[in-house]
Design a protein. Structure first.
Length: 266
């Protein structure tokens, strides 16, 4: 409540939509008009991001006529934060008044029909971290002790995403994201196992944020940009953070166009 109160006092309007920008996708924030930037470090109780390509600030302003709060850079458990630290900003944005959450991330493609540069709308996830942000005492005013995850990735928002992609001539993949702890990329054996488990793409974020969002009743839409094929899929390939950032930078315009269109429909 104190964190949300600080944001409320700092902003001219209550944001309607929360947006989280993943690795290499931070430039989307520059499309926000009349923006106010608030570093995470200035917000009471907020942790700050240390991962490469993650600025660590809220950028708030108007996107396609809608007042939004955008996280330019997210927190990851691999930075040493707890799952609940990672999910905390979602709970703060909900307390502030957002009505929907749009997430973006970078991932490695497991599905061999995917190609680098593809955008995947997430239909479901596998939380492979062994952690959960809701471990510990539950605040019943926020959400129930154990909440339903059957429709975590809003079918309605996914439909909007498909329509927006169709109108923009973007071929949108739809699939299951498996969230790992990181920070190391996976081994080829892990990727073979994840394919058997039903995963289409692998990354190191998103699952805690989505668990916290659904717990407090926020509808979620998540886009995953395939920045590389996952370990072992392309023989002799190696995976680097540089290529993740590079593909992110090159595809940010398309991801942004989708997010902008959808925000206008909410
Ligand atoms: N694995 C995990 N996280 C990622 C990857 C990957 O291959 N690419 C981008 N983020």
């Amino acid at each position: 409540q104190e964190s949300a109160a600080y944001l409320r006092e700092s902003l001219p309007q209550i944001p309607r939509v929360g947006i989280i920008l993943g690795s290499g996708l931070g430039s989307i924030a520059s499309e926000i008009n009349d923006s106010i930037s608030l570093p995470y470090a200035s917000v009471p109780y907020m942790r700050t991001s240390t991962a490469p390509g993650h600025s660590g600030r809220f950028v708030c302003g108007t996107l396609n006529g809608v007042y939004v709060i955008c996280m330019q850079g997210r927190l990851h458990a691999y930075e040493g934060y707890s799952a609940s630290d990672v999910a905390y900003p979602i709970q703060v944005m909900k307390e502030l008044g957002i009505e929907a959450l749009i997430l973006t991330n970078a991932s490695g493609g497991i599905n061999t029909s995917y190609a680098v540069g593809d955008i995947m709308v997430i239909s479901d996830h596998i939380n492979f971290t062994g952690l959960n942000p809701l471990v510990g005492p539950n605040d019943d005013e926020v959400g129930p002790r154990s909440h339903d995850m059957s429709h975590a990735y809003s079918p309605r928002l996914r439909e909007l995403a498909k329509q927006a992609a169709y109108q923009q001539g973007i071929h949108l993949q739809e699939g299951v994201y498996i969230g790992c702890l990181g920070p190391s990329f996976e081994t080829p054996a892990e990727i073979r196992a994840f394919r058997i488990l039903g995963a289409d793409a692998v990354g190191m974020s998103t699952v805690f944020e989505v668990i916290a969002a659904t717990h407090c009743g926020l509808p979620v839409l998540a886009f995953s940009l395939i920045t590389n094929m996952a370990a072992g899929i392309v023989a002799d390939d190696t995976i680097t953070m540089e290529e993740v950032a590079d593909i992110g930078g090159r595809k940010a315009v398309q991801v942004c166009a989708l997010v902008r269109d959808i925000v206008g429909e909410l």
